[in-house]
Design a protein. Structure first.
Length: 362
């Protein structure tokens, strides 16, 4: 029998203290030498964040304020469309529109799914391309131009800007792993990148863990970049001598069952701030696997306590479908108490497993 959840209250969740990393020196470097030196410094900052929460904030990231403002306008315009128009873009293969409850990121806890709606936009692949039609590589589903003029153009511009920024971060992540600067380029030649627009409606009902905006989960791939117009994102920080915020030992883990293997068994939920000009970055399961869980793929969820709808835009930078993700040798010490925890896995297989476990279709 399902145990009734307690009501969640905003004031009970402290604010997370996340590292803020300034990218200006690699976005607009004065020279190649300056870029290399700055990238090394940023890689060290990223490594420290990944050893801690797996979350950090980037500022001066190169995506213009004007483009982000355009993004928010188009996002609101899209979600204000009549439901019957949005449903014509039916979600499949990580492309298209999904309605309230269609995605369920914590099916063991949430009986009716996440309280959010969204639009997924993937890398554009022409129909004649050999990749087209393969898993996660189908055509995007766009609203008609006369319904939302310039929407497609704006989203593709945003997609390209996030991709460019992601390529810079990949270099820093490669160094943070102790590898050569181009190491992750080899894992992301044909990346399963995904741009996701989201609307979290405000709720007139008390909020419980059985109906969150987004259920507790880890991200599946390499890393994620997030823009948000208000707070609501929470992360599960492992305990460091402090008491868990949970009142029962049965509540220490309420997460997607596959995500559980990457998460600490006990901790507390803390709220991530919504920086006006910054993006929140977090790593996913593939990075955690490669580092033998030395880097944290942290559980997170969304709880919209606000009196208005919450909008966010997410960019998932995932490996190529066929990329093999294996534990790097520098993160294994068999005699020192850190045995290898994972066998090699194809990135696409893990993403597919997570996909079919969170959607009510194909």
């Amino acid at each position: 029998r399902r145990r009734m959840s307690q009501f969640l209250q905003r004031h009970k969740f402290p604010t997370a203290e996340l590292s803020v990393i300034d990218l200006s020196s690699v976005i607009s470097p004065s020279s190649d030498q300056s870029f290399d030196s700055s990238l090394t410094t940023i890689a060290h900052q990223i490594k420290e964040a990944c050893l801690n929460t797996g979350f950090f904030i980037i500022v001066n990231h190169g995506i213009s304020k004007q483009l982000l403002e355009r993004m928010w306008k188009f996002s609101r315009d899209f979600f204000e469309l009549p439901l019957e128009i949005k449903k014509k873009l039916k979600h499949s293969q990580n492309r298209g529109y999904f309605t309230l409850g269609e995605e369920n990121l914590n099916p063991d806890v949430q009986p009716i799914g996440d309280f959010k709606e969204g639009l997924d936009i993937g890398r554009e692949i022409p129909e004649g391309d050999p990749e087209h039609g393969l898993p996660f590589r189908h055509s995007n589903r766009w609203p008609e131009e006369d319904v939302l003029p310039q929407f497609k153009e704006a989203m593709l511009q945003l997609f390209n800007e996030f991709t460019h920024l992601g390529r810079t971060l990949l270099k820093a992540f490669s160094l943070a792993l102790g590898e050569k600067v181009d190491f992750l380029d080899g894992k992301t030649e044909l990346p399963m990148t995904l741009l996701r627009l989201l609307r979290y409606p405000t709720s007139s009902e008390p909020i419980t863990e059985e109906r969150l905006g987004c259920g507790a989960h880890t991200d599946y791939g390499c890393f994620t970049m997030l823009a948000q117009d208000s707070d609501g994102l929470q992360i599960f920080q492992k305990n460091e001598g402090s008491e868990s915020t949970f009142s029962s030992e049965n509540e220490t883990k309420k997460a997607h069952p596959i995500s559980d293997k990457y998460a600490p068994s006990e901790g507390r939920w803390v709220t991530v701030p919504a920086p006006a000009d910054g993006l929140v970055v977090n790593i996913g399961d593939m990075m955690a696997r490669a580092t033998n869980l030395v880097f944290q793929s942290t559980l997170h969820r969304v709880v919209n306590f606000n009196s208005k709808d919450r909008y966010s835009t997410v960019f998932f930078f995932e490996p190529s479908f066929d990329a093999i993700i294996e534990v790097l040798p520098q993160f294994v010490d068999e005699s020192g108490g850190r045995p290898k925890l994972f066998e090699p896995i194809k990135a696409g297989d893990h993403l597919w497993e997570m996909y079919v476990s969170t959607y009510n279709h194909d």
